[in-house]
Write a protein that binds this ligand. Structure first.
Ligand code: BGC
Length: 929
């Protein structure tokens, strides 16, 4: 098998249709086998036509460079809008082999506002009444029955047109104020769900592109769409507030048709589009939808429809916020059959899909016309096995209602909502239960797989599966906290989990897109909100908490994580200013504000206090178990961890963001800035020690999380470091070798213990099965990661928290780095350390990570005193392999015995320095400590 250039990506996507910038970024990898191990030189070619690309003539761009970089920004002739381009890469290896490979394609979308000839058309006759229930921290939220809620109407819009000549290529460019489902000649167009997705619409609204070439035969056609509330008008505000972006639904669509004879034509939305209400009675992203199939407008989306319709109204809306969808769209990811079904005493059906997912239920019906079917969703069952909705008001309803038409082959699948669920209760079904009639349809952003982990302990495999599952359930257009309740872009959750997310899936474009919203939402003062997009309804709920330490820091942490995984400085460059503004805000607050009891302080303390960030509301080490949870009753007082840690926690993040900015400044060549942030860090550290460290070196707090944060952020050294480590270990022992860390500290707990020489204790915590612990959740049958450790109590009772929060899944990163031992040494995994831990208590483990250069793998298995380790190093990278306590017997590279030939040191620890691309097998004798 020879080498091949493959995995061609443009703008991070395979053959994308929506490139709307003049300088897209290309990337590729080399796979297969050959002589060389690195890219010495590369040639990138771009052409308008595939035959020209093959013949290498008439190229739009032909760029040759001696470089190891496998990513480049297009610098060729100016790209034309709505045009297809082809591209390929030739790589010359360090052994001078020429490596050819796949051909990629990309298509430009609209490149300026002028390319839009379509008009925005308004569909709602009247603005929807805004409904803003009382909000604010501590305000009791009342349950409102669906019938009493103000819910928006759903519209269908249509336009007939004639195609006079043979079509060569046709595309539809569509977006909406609301969520839309495009239709052409009676059929759905494309397979995107909940388009145009969620973003900060005022600043950026994405449009999607659909290939409709095959559908447009010569003759008459009808194009149209359903338009529902989506994120635009649904009750997404924290207290169930609607209309967060506007009160009237609208759509913008433009068809670009290119005929085979070279002619072009556009058909754009305008007032000739006609609108009607139909079967959807309402469709709210949070509440659920109601569809009355008896009110379907048969033939509405087909040519020749004669039913009654109304005119639409053109609207003058600036087009400046429109962008072609960057990154992945939301799609159906998977379909799951129920594993169990039963009838309740009152005749409802309860289905169990076996795992907590995000999505909806598709149902095949054989009921009489007028039968009302209602589906309710939940993640848990009660202790007695009954259906239980553990969802807090105002997000409780999660009901999808369908009124049957009584037709043959009737199928209902909600299109404008999604839920977090494992169980569904369905009322109204009179027929016998047939499991094949039901499917859980999992929706989410279609991200590429990043990596995998499995090992000899089934509990750990389940944990990994749960982590991955919670990730899938929360990467839905934006990163959300949970699918069952708020479905909101909580910034802290991302800050905590991003580094694990990137191991499991390719997150680059997804997070980059969301970061652009984060920047838009940054306040004038520099605050980064606790939720992005930060709509009015969230602001009203948390008036005193626009930002919070550890949440706002997503602006420094996330770009830094993305840089480590994808090695792309552009991410740092585009966020640098926002990072600096955030830190300036923190610095200014620390400097100018102090809690009232500290007013009037003078001298050295006053000077130090200028570097302590200790005012305003913060979530602190959120959900610290011992502070906020009664482990017996499960009662939670969520705010307690905020109240008890909000004074000390912010300074940790002040220091942390400062140290990240110092590193970023260095990478971007801003040496003066680096010196400034280094200096600031030292001041914070000094102030922290002055303010929070006792004479004997201990920290003024008895919480595990606070010790962890002080150690991880590097704020204690010498005696104080020793004392803090000691105290952390004591606190863990006193807690029965169980963790007691909250949201912000849990990501670092195991690392901090290992760094301090307590690796065994770290594993003890990892394998702990008593609450609170990761494997407690597994033991209790979890299929996802919970918001809070005691979401289900030892006696099986459920508390009212979400069962699909990814935050605590952050341990996944530690597992990849330690048990399989894949660690990044140079950003982008250009240089990687592979140091599996044979002392982790497992018999075997295996894991892989798809880096930007290809898949890095490590698998190991013990048999008796032998241990076999298999490692794969991608082309153009090198690995430092370190096998502790393993005396090497033989080494094979790509199946050939190379024992003694390679740069490998033998002895008790076997280590290979700078091993080049290839697959390796090490057979070693294992010597236990
Ligand atoms: C969310 C979190 C979030 C938190 C703020 C919760 O309601 O679900 O994950 O970070 O509030 O502390």
């Amino acid at each position: 098998m020879a080498y091949n250039v493959t995995n061609l990506r443009c703008g991070g996507l395979e053959n994308p249709m929506g490139i709307d910038c003049l300088n897209p970024v290309f990337s590729w990898i080399v796979m297969g086998e050959g002589e060389g191990t690195r890219q010495k030189k590369r040639r990138v070619m771009v052409a308008r036509f595939v035959d020209e690309l093959e013949r290498e003539t008439n190229l739009e761009w032909d760029d040759i460079k001696e470089t190891e970089e496998m990513r480049v920004t297009y610098q060729g002739k100016c790209l034309e809008p709505c045009t297809t381009y082809f591209w390929k890469v030739q790589v010359i290896s360090d052994e001078d082999e020429q490596i050819d490979g796949d051909i990629g394609m990309f298509e430009t979308a609209f490149l300026s506002d002028e390319d839009w000839t379509a008009k925005w058309i308004c569909l709602s006759e009247t603005p929807l009444k805004r409904d803003y229930p009382a909000s604010g921290i501590g305000v009791e939220r009342k349950k409102v029955a669906v019938e009493d809620m103000i819910l928006g109407e759903v519209y269908q819009v249509r336009k007939e047109f004639f195609v006079k000549k043979k079509v060569k290529r046709a595309r539809a460019y569509i977006t909406a104020h609301g969520a839309y489902l495009p239709m052409l000649d009676g059929k759905r167009v494309g397979h995107y769900e909940l388009a145009p997705g969620h973003s900060d619409y005022a600043n950026q609204l994405f449009y999607q592109i659909y290939d409709i070439t095959d559908e447009l035969q010569v003759g008459y056609h009808a194009i149209g769409a359903y338009v529902a509330d989506g994120w635009y008008r649904s009750r997404i505000g924290f207290s169930g507030e609607n209309c967060q972006f506007g009160t009237r639904l609208a759509i913008l669509m433009q068809l670009e048709v290119e005929y085979q004879d070279g002619g072009r034509e556009s058909i754009g939305s305008d007032k000739s589009f006609l609108v009607s209400k139909g079967a959807y009675q309402y469709a709210d992203l949070m509440v659920g939808e109601k569809y009355d199939a008896q009110k379907e407008l048969a033939g509405f989306f087909e040519y020749g429809y004669g039913g009654s319709v109304k005119e639409t109204e053109e609207m003058e809306i600036p087009l400046t916020n429109l962008k072609a969808q960057p990154g992945e769209n939301v799609e159906v990811l998977e379909e799951i059959s129920p594993i169990f079904a039963e009838r309740t005493d009152v005749g409802d059906i309860v289905l169990d899909f076996g795992k907590c997912v995000a999505g909806k239920v598709r149902i095949r019906l054989r009921e009489r016309a007028g039968t009302v079917i209602c589906m309710e969703h939940s993640e848990v069952k009660g202790v007695d096995g009954s259906f239980l909705k553990n969802i807090q008001t105002p997000f409780r309803d999660q009901q999808d209602i369908y009124v049957c038409a009584g037709k043959i082959g009737e199928v209902y699948e909600p299109m404008f909502t999604y839920h977090g669920f494992r169980y569904v209760k369905i009322s109204g079904i009179t027929r016998e239960i047939n499991l094949q009639d039901y499917q859980a349809v999992v929706v989410g952003s279609r991200l590429e797989d990043g990596g995998f982990f499995r090992c000899s302990d089934g509990r750990m495999n389940q944990l990994q599966e749960n982590i991955r599952r919670s990730q899938l359930s929360n990467m839905i257009s934006i990163p959300t906290d949970c699918p069952q309740r708020e479905k909101a872009g909580w910034t802290g959750d991302v800050q905590i989990y991003a580094a694990t997310a990137c191991y499991n899936q390719n997150m680059k474009e997804f997070f980059r897109r969301w970061l652009s919203d984060v920047r838009y939402e940054q306040t004038e003062k520099g605050q980064i909100p606790i939720i992005v997009p930060f709509v009015e309804g969230h602001k009203r709920q948390f008036p005193q908490a626009v930002t919070s330490a550890g949440w706002g820091d997503v602006i420094t942490v996330l770009p830094w994580v993305l840089y480590q995984y994808y090695g792309d400085k552009a991410v740092l460059e585009e966020n640098y200013e926002a990072m600096e503004r955030w830190l300036a805000y923190v610095r200014n607050t620390a400097k100018t504000e102090n809690p009232s009891e500290l007013h009037g302080v003078t001298g050295a303390r006053k000077e130090h206090l200028e570097y302590i960030w200790n005012t305003n509301f913060h979530f602190g080490d959120w959900l610290t178990p011992s502070v906020s949870i009664n482990m017996e009753s499960g009662m939670m007082d969520m705010l307690q961890s905020a109240l008890q840690t909000k004074e000390i926690v912010p300074t940790f993040f002040y220091a942390y963001s400062c140290s990240i900015l110092s590193k970023v400044s260095k990478i971007l060549g801003k040496d003066d800035k680096r010196a400034y942030y280094d200096g600031l860090f030292e001041k914070i550290k000094e102030a922290f020690q002055y303010e929070y460290v006792n004479e004997d070196g201990t920290i003024k707090s008895d919480l595990q999380g606070i010790q962890v944060l002080a150690l991880h952020m590097g704020l204690v050294d010498g005696k104080a470091k020793e004392q803090t480590e000691k105290k952390l270990v004591e606190l863990i022992h006193a807690n029965g070798d169980k963790l007691d860390t909250g949201f912000l500290s849990v990501p670092y707990l195991l690392d901090v213990l290992c760094d301090a020489g307590y690796k065994r204790l770290a594993y003890k915590i990892l394998y702990q099965e008593e609450c609170p612990s990761w494997l407690y959740e597994v033991k209790m049958g979890a299929t996802s990661v919970w918001e809070s450790w005691q979401a289900i109590l030892p006696d099986g009772k459920c508390t009212f928290v979400s069962l699909a929060h990814y935050a605590y899944g952050c341990v996944g990163n530690w597992i990849y780095r330690n048990i399989v031992g894949i660690r990044c040494l140079v950003p982008g995994y250009k240089r990687v350390e592979i140091a599996p831990d044979f002392e982790c208590g497992l018999e075997s483990a295996e894991g892989g990570y798809h880096s930007i250069y290809g898949e890095i793998r490590c698998g190991w298995k013990k048999t008796g005193d032998k241990i076999v380790v298999e490692v794969a190093v991608p082309f153009n990278t090198e690995a430092q392999v370190f096998l502790r306590n393993a005396g090497i017997e033989s080494v094979k590279k790509c199946g050939r015995d190379v024992t003694g030939e390679m740069k490998i040191e033998y002895g008790t620890d076997c280590s290979g320095v700078g091993l080049p691309a290839g697959s390796y097998q090490f057979i070693c004798t294992y010597m236990e400590d």
